[in-house]
Write a protein that binds this ligand. Structure first.
Ligand SMILES: Cc1ncc(COP(=O)(O)O)c(C=O)c1O
Length: 478
């Protein structure tokens, strides 16, 4: 019998890259194991996971929203409401009863598109958010936004190696990884760091023309708003221009809006959904809007819940999406229930409201404080510039590295930013993701770090000390 080798597998799989869980994250896990041994010999006593936006991860410990978990507990075990009658607020018991009546046991498959009652609630949430109608039949509940992205890209790539998707650079690597998997072509356009990571219509037009010259058809435009890793928020005029651009080039607009409530400066940088823009200007552009329970204040990454809404999609395309989701039977019920509690939090006057408000206010305030502190202190370091993100969970500082460091990195067979990030990990235990994983202009180096780590003072001091030491270590050429 022939041995099973990677070459025997689908070659597209070998081209998939996903830096968020790449070399740095793997090395961090090894160090975490090493720390458990006596005399581990490492200059730190814990690994700090700044590499992934996973707020409830051990060590980051963002507390889950009590309301979400109480409803989830009663959905898992409805008898608990009678066994522990004083343990749950009345509105939680009523919510779980209502969901139970709509769903039955969460151990059963649901409608493939997601529980109709929950989709109706999502439609109401969208209508209240935007002031325009939403149809529950155009909403698909998913096992996280990633599942939606994967499905949509798999459906859009019609001619392998000749169908492309426009991707902002820096990007969240889900997009290039998914394109690689389905033999689609990433069509990159750079965001403008000097203008706080603004999106330029001109640069997207240039990417479309380049694709055209290379015989690749642009099928869709991905916009991440608020951005990952940049945290940037689009203004309304740019959003309108982007919709018009999609009209001009017959593009599907994939609006990744998973960070829509992570706003650190909501008065100057508000979130406006693309659904609202498309509805306002009555555009015919096919729009997919993605949302998730993994981010925001919910942070329920492991529960795997999200949804996408299709706007301006013809009925026969919706039927095809339905056919494809039905192959996977249904999204996880625990994730669907997570979506319901995210988009239907307690109302003022209900028993759970005060605690929900306190918990969510605290998460928003902590994130905004950390983002401001970290960006301010990073900016003050020699050779570092960092846009003070108005949204999402990350910072994406640029690091200008001494020539000696770049040479040493090349000798070690590493990209200079990966070289920097590995030394940061080995010196401090802080795990970040090198910019090469998200994309950056040639000759520029960045890294992405999350603003989710507790003890921000101590954390920033470690970053500062390391940076200064690194510059000294390679200061000969500077
Ligand atoms: C921009 C963006 N889209 C989608 C996702 C995936 O989210 P989910 O956990 O819902 O699959 C992430 C996760 O970090 C993200 O940053």
């Amino acid at each position: 019998m022939r041995q099973l080798t990677p070459e025997a597998l689908n070659p597209a799989i070998l081209n998939v890259q996903y830096a968020v869980r790449g070399e740095l994250a793997i090395r961090a896990e090894e160090l975490r194991v090493q720390l458990k041994g006596e005399n581990h010999g490492l200059p730190f006593d814990k690994v700090i996971s700044s590499n992934i936006g996973n707020p409830q991860q051990k060590g980051l410990d963002q507390p889950p929203i009590t309301f979400t978990r109480q409803v989830a507990a009663l959905m898992e075990w409805p008898a608990l409401a009678d066994i522990a009658p004083d343990a749950f607020p009345k509105d939680v018991v009523a919510r779980a009863k209502e969901l139970h009546e709509a769903i039955g046991s969460i151990g059963a498959y649901s409608h493939s598109q997601g529980v109709p009652f929950i989709r109706e609630n999502v439609a109401k949430f969208i209508e209240e958010r935007d002031g325009f109608p939403s149809d529950p039949n155009h909403i698909f509940l998913t096992g996280g936004a990633s599942a939606g992205v994967s499905l949509l890209i798999s459906m859009l790539i019609s001619v392998p190696h000749k169908s492309g998707v426009l991707i902002p650079i820096p990007q969240y690597p889900l997009y290039t990884a998914t394109l690689a998997r389905f033999n689609g072509v990433p069509l990159p356009f750079h965001l403008n760091e000097a203008a706080d990571w603004a999106t330029s219509i001109h640069d997207i037009e240039a990417a479309i023309e380049k694709a055209h010259r290379e015989g690749v058809t642009a099928k869709a435009l991905v916009i991440i708003n608020p951005g990952n890793p940049t945290g940037a928020l689009l203004d309304e005029d740019t959003q309108i221009e982007l919709v018009k651009l999609c009209e001009k080039h017959s593009l599907v607009l994939l609006a990744d809006e998973v960070y829509q409530v992570n706003l650190h400066k909501p008065t100057t940088h508000p979130f406006i959904s693309f659904k609202k823009i498309v509805s306002q200007i009555q555009s015919p552009v096919p729009l997919v809007s993605l949302h998730s329970i993994s981010k925001g204040v919910s942070g329920e990454c492991g529960r795997r819940g999200g949804y996408f809404e299709c706007t301006n999609f013809p009925a026969n395309i919706l039927d095809l999406i339905y056919k494809m989701v039905s192959v996977n039977l249904c999204p996880p019920l625990s994730g669907q229930i997570g979506v319901d509690t995210m988009i239907r939090p307690p109302n003022p006057g209900e028993e759970s409201y005060d605690l929900w408000k306190k918990e969510t206010d605290e998460i928003h305030a902590t994130l905004a404080h950390r983002t401001k502190t970290m960006s301010g202190r990073l900016n003050a370091l020699p050779g570092v510039s960092c846009v003070d993100s108005p949204g999402a969970l990350y910072l994406y500082p640029q690091i200008r590295l001494p020539d000696e460091a770049i040479e040493a990195a090349r000798e070690a067979g590493k990209e200079p930013d990966a070289f920097y990030a590995l030394q940061l990990l080995h010196d401090t235990g802080i795990c970040v993701v090198p910019g090469s994983g998200f994309g950056q202009k040639q000759g520029e180096w960045h890294y992405r770090l999350t603003c989710l780590c507790p003890g921000v003072e101590d954390y920033v001091r470690k970053l500062e000390k390391f940076h200064e030491k690194f510059l000294q270590r390679y200061s000969g050429a500077n």
